[in-house]
Design a protein around this ligand. Structure first.
Ligand code: MET
Ligand SMILES: [Zn+2]
Length: 795
């Protein structure tokens, strides 16, 4: 559809037209997770690199055709944003920034084949992969490049150039997408051995020539526009301060736009998704880039501008990100048209776009026929969002009247959503409105500690696990068969009870002190609750990439949340009936349920969090009534939703902590409340962890060798704490000596009466062999530590 061959390349200095509708990126994993399967079979050695390449090429071709059919027909409208694993890794590989320890994988011409690329991403044996961390405030994880003073930048990959050529040959002039140089360095970490005070961003001037060379190659391959993603410029919470980021952007884009558009470089779209350009807006406006993409979902149309900044923007194409790229709700097209109009008053030209890449949402609603028709009509996944930007593009070209029917349909869907049954439930709203501060407050900590000690009678350094035990093939099969209706509920429940009994017996035999039921009945720690709570729906094929080949299927939180019936009490009390030791009741906290679902955008997050908090509070009460003495409420995602702007932190922490306390504060003083945190560096939210007011906090710590304990100590944290002593992310079995060392480290900063011993996280991804061996070592190391403390050693 896009005619490209035969389109004359713009002559030097003339700016090619920007398409009126585009998206900043598209899901890469494939509508049937084709890329996941292809990657995993390549890693397993079942297929060759050539076969993997062929699957990827097919996917890219299908995507181009699909985007064209959905209306992205303008030249450069289709982003070339494929990745085998991660876009930040791609940028690192492109500029030759592969850490020294992988040097043997790099060919003499500097390139890295797919096997080498995979090794950098995933590690191999003792070769540690790049670290993984969250991409801005999303649930996507990128790989953290390691940049040192000696990192030698060079253009070391022509993958993106080849992708452009492939697309051009198929008749589509694409817009290649690369992580921009400022964001690339701002997200990198200093390589091991870098001197104190060194920052990767110090290397900007050395990096820029590689980008210049890349731009020239992209132009030669036929790209007329290139998209450089610079989300770092919307934050003030990265290690680099916003003013320094703005200064770096000025320097970088002066260099990248020094050559005229044409043979030496494509025109540049600088994209600033996930927030609002503030400190960096002048730098971007005054730079020579030809277009800027603004996130108008998270941010607003720039206002209060100086004449200079206004004049700078007026010379550019402004790409309005008015369709939410990382949530699933259908756009309010009337409002989007208005925002684009406001933008039109500022720029030389305006285009409609998604606010971010669409890789945060599933491919298409076409697969979700089972969803309630009403709910379905309120949603837009990636393909439906592409159609939305196409409509908005038509409005820009031909006027709003030309798309009146579509705008009308969107408004009608929104209006129907607002009054649909279940969206607003008076009883739920009345209950959240009646919540008082007292509902979020438990009694005195010392009294609680005494009551719990009396009731639980635990030894010093109590041992426990985080909740899940290995999910065997049989368990998964039974759950799947039950979900499909192929296994009767009685038989399914019998199978789960048998598994619970096995897990309880195993823990008793190992000598653990506080037991768990093992979570065999849970497909996922959020979806399990989403399926049992009112206000949620689950998708059939709504997979989104979490990292590499890993995908998750977030639930849809669309209405007011309430709990029709107890959710976990049957399993927990069955487990407790099998043992004299305490068995923990296991719940997922309100913040984590929100973070790992697609959350409604029509009410404040605080309201949603409190609704979840109240539902969980009722569950805690029912667990207590069933005789459960220890309840754990997991909040691994507490850090994840932390806003990208500091000014928003206090509010976020207030409502998130408040909802956790609402969930837990109804517990009796003698009920021990645990929480569990993992996946993040917690330094920034240490105060909030304390404010959760849990009696015991288990927290990931093994890989960082108990680093978090120093932070907790510095913050005056004086509650029970279980720093993980076994890194469960790998199948490695830690020896008792190794665990003893970590315990000794922990005892250096935690009072022995407060220290718990547990793994880093749940065990569901582990096998039984390594689980048993590791837990045996954990109990053994604990016995020794107790002996050195002179604590009574239980038989
Ligand atoms: C990602 S945190 C996981 C906690 C959960 N209770 C489990 O053990 O699986
Ligand atoms: Zn965890």
């Amino acid at each position: 559809m896009t005619i490209s061959q035969g389109t004359p390349a713009p002559t030097a200095g003339t700016i090619p037209a920007f398409p009126t509708a585009t998206i900043l990126g598209y899901p890469r994993i494939g509508p049937r997770r084709e890329l996941k399967r292809a990657l995993e079979s390549f890693w397993a050695g079942r297929t060759t690199a050539a076969e993997l390449e062929a699957v990827a090429a097919d996917l890219r071709a299908t995507t181009r055709a699909r985007l064209g059919a959905l209306g992205l027909t303008g030249n450069s409208a289709v982003p070339a944003a494929f990745s085998f694993y991660d876009q930040v890794l791609d940028a690192a590989v492109t500029v030759g920034a592969v850490p020294e320890r992988f040097a043997h994988l790099v060919a003499s011409d500097g390139t890295l084949d797919l096997a080498g690329y995979s090794t950098v991403a995933r590690g191999a044996g003792a070769l540690a992969p790049l670290e993984m961390t969250k991409w801005f405030d999303t649930n996507y994880h990128y790989l953290v490049p390691e940049i040192g003073p000696a990192t030698a930048f060079r253009l070391a990959s022509d993958r993106l150039v080849a992708e452009v050529a492939e697309s051009v040959a198929s008749g589509v002039v694409p817009r290649p997408v690369v992580v921009g140089p400022v964001t690339f360095l701002a997200l990198s970490k200093a390589a091991d051995g870098a001197p104190d005070g060194y920052e990767p961003l110090d290397r900007l001037d050395d990096l820029l020539p590689v980008y210049v060379a890349l731009l020239e190659r992209l132009a030669a391959a036929g790209a007329q526009w290139v998209q450089l993603d610079e989300p770092a410029l919307v934050t003030d919470t990265l290690r680099t301060a916003p003013d320094a980021l703005a200064a770096a952007a000025s320097r970088a884009y002066a260099v990248l736009t020094a050559a005229p558009v044409g043979a030496q470089r494509p025109a540049i779209l600088l994209a600033a998704p996930y927030g609002e350009l503030r400190e960096s807006l002048p730098a971007v406006a005054l730079s020579g880039v030809e277009a800027v993409a603004l996130d108008l979902v998270e941010g607003s149309v720039p206002s209060g501008l100086t004449d200079e900044v206004r004049a700078g923007l007026a010379a550019k194409v402004l790409v309005g990100g008015v369709v939410d790229g990382h949530n699933v709700w259908r756009a309010d097209l009337a409002a989007a048209v208005e925002r684009l109009d406001a933008l039109r008053a500022l720029g030389a030209g305006v285009a409609a776009s998604s606010s971010t890449s669409l890789f945060h949402v599933p491919h298409t609603l076409d697969d979700e026929g089972h969803l309630d028709a009403g709910l379905r009509s309120w949603l837009a996944f990636a393909d439906e969002k592409v159609a939305e930007v196409a409509v908005l593009g038509r409005a820009l070209v031909s006027g709003t009247d030309a798309v009146a029917a579509e705008v009308e349909a969107a408004s009608a869907a929104l209006a129907a959503r607002a009054v649909a049954v279940g969206v607003r439930v008076d009883a739920v709203r009345e209950r959240t409105a009646a919540v008082t501060d007292a509902d979020r407050r438990r009694g005195d900590v010392a009294e609680r500690r005494e009551a719990q000690a009396e009731r639980l009678r635990l030894p010093a350094l109590p041992t426990t696990t985080i909740g899940s035990f290995p999910q065997t093939v049989e368990i998964r099969k039974a759950r799947a068969a039950h979900a499909k209706g192929e296994l009767a509920t009685d038989a399914y429940e019998a199978a789960m009870r048998a598994e619970i009994e096995r897990v309880v017996r195993l823990q008793e035999e190992l000598g653990l002190d506080v037991l768990v039921h093992g979570e065999a009945e849970r497909n996922d720690m959020v979806q399990y609750f989403a399926e049992l709570l009112d206000g949620f729906a689950v998708t059939e094929n709504g997979w989104v990439q979490s990292y590499g080949s890993r995908c998750t299927r977030p639930s849809l939180l669309w209405g007011d949340v309430s709990r029709p019936a107890p959710m976990t009490v049957g399993w927990a009390s069955y487990a407790q009936s099998l043992s004299d030791k305490p068995v923990k009741g296991m719940l997922t906290g309100p913040v984590t349920i929100m973070a790992w679902s697609f959350v409604r955008d029509d009410v404040a997050k605080q309201e949603v969090a409190d609704q979840l908090g109240l539902a969980l509070r009722d569950e805690v009460a029912d667990l207590e009534a069933a005789g459960i003495a220890v309840v754990q409420v997991d909040e691994p995602a507490l850090r994840e939703l932390l806003p990208l702007r500091r000014e928003a932190h206090a509010d976020y922490l207030a409502w998130s902590v408040g909802s956790f306390r609402l969930a837990t504060a109804g517990a009796a003083p003698s009920t021990q409340v645990h929480t569990h945190l993992c996946y993040s560096e917690f330094g920034e939210v240490i105060g909030a962890i304390d404010a959760l007011d849990a009696d015991v906090t288990s927290i990931e710590a093994a890989r960082s060798r108990m680093e978090v304990l120093g932070e907790l100590e510095a913050a005056g944290f004086s509650r029970g704490v279980g720093p993980g002593v076994w890194d469960i992310h790998s199948p490695r079995v830690p020896s008792a000596e190794e665990i003893s060392e970590l315990l000794a480290l922990a005892l250096g900063s935690v009072d022995p009466s407060l220290l718990w011993v547990n793994p880093d996280c749940g065990l569901k991804t582990r096998g039984y062999a390594e689980t048993e061996a590791s837990l045996r070592n954990l109990v053994e190391a604990t016995r020794e530590a107790r002996a050195t403390l002179g604590a009574p050693v239980p038989a």
